[in-house]
Design a binder for this molecule. Structure first.
Ligand code: FES
Length: 230
């Protein structure tokens, strides 16, 4: 177990609970270190994390739709393939071969421990090998509680969590502690310079009194991080 409040050197960011991305269905907006992302899952289940901009005219991909294993832009309907982001279809010119030099910007993305993790340093392939540590981020059988939005930089959160009884876990960005009397894992996401998220996981059962108590304690945690007493 590590115990450093320094910014981690690992490139993996926990951007969203995996269950929020349905195969061949929705697109979720996300952030990691200031990079705006379009998160989605192809019909075959593969996780995708793309820059949230169409390479044609810069429209946000999150306005588009998933069509089987492709993402279709909302503006002119150009379609891009899951995995490598290659443009594979232009509806206005169905007989014309898709331009091979037009590609969405694709970042590495993997599912582990119930979360979607993104690697901004890995471009051009949606599924690089992920370290085993990601799978250890959350104990098996635990449940997702909620995501806390924090008006604070990630470093401020890293410095606050030990003061609030959390210790850095073995997995990158994972902190272990107790909230409302319940053991909890907090997965920290550095979203933007003054915006962080922590995804809370717990052994408490969904709908239980312990889970309700944990929700209330999470709100207190947010206040303690955003406005620490001096
Ligand atoms: S802006 Fe996306 S297809 Fe034109």
């Amino acid at each position: 177990m590590t115990n450093s409040t320094a910014a981690p050197s690992h490139p993996w960011h926990p951007v969203a609970p995996s269950a929020g991305l349905r195969p061949g269905a929705n697109i979720v907006a996300g952030f990691a270190q200031g990079q705006e992302l379009a998160l989605w899952r192809s019909a075959d289940g593969a996780a995708q994390a793309w820059e949230n901009r169409c390479p044609h005219r810069n429209v946000r991909f999150t306005l588009g739709q998933v069509v089987e294993n492709r993402l279709s832009c909302a503006y002119h309907g150009w379609q891009y393939a899951a995995g490598n982001g290659q443009c594979v279809g232009i509806p206005a010119h169905p007989a014309m071969p898709a331009p091979r030099n037009v590609c969405a910007r694709v970042f590495g993305a993997v599912d582990a421990a119930g979360m979607l993790w993104v690697n901004l340093a890995h471009e051009g392939d949606a599924a690089p090998p992920a370290p085993q540590a990601l799978a250890d981020a959350v104990p098996a059988g635990w449940h997702f509680c909620r995501t806390l939005t924090l008006r604070a930089g990630a470093q401020q959160v890293r410095e606050a969590l030990p003061r609030l009884g959390f210790a850095a876990g073995a997995a990158p960005g994972a902190w272990r502690g107790t909230l409302g009397g319940t053991p909890t894992v907090a997965l920290l996401l550095d979203a933007q310079p003054q915006l962080a998220f922590i995804h809370l996981w717990t052994g408490a059962a969904p709908g239980s009194e312990a889970m309700r108590t944990l929700h209330a304690a999470a709100r207190t945690l947010r206040g303690d991080i955003e406005q620490p007493e001096t």
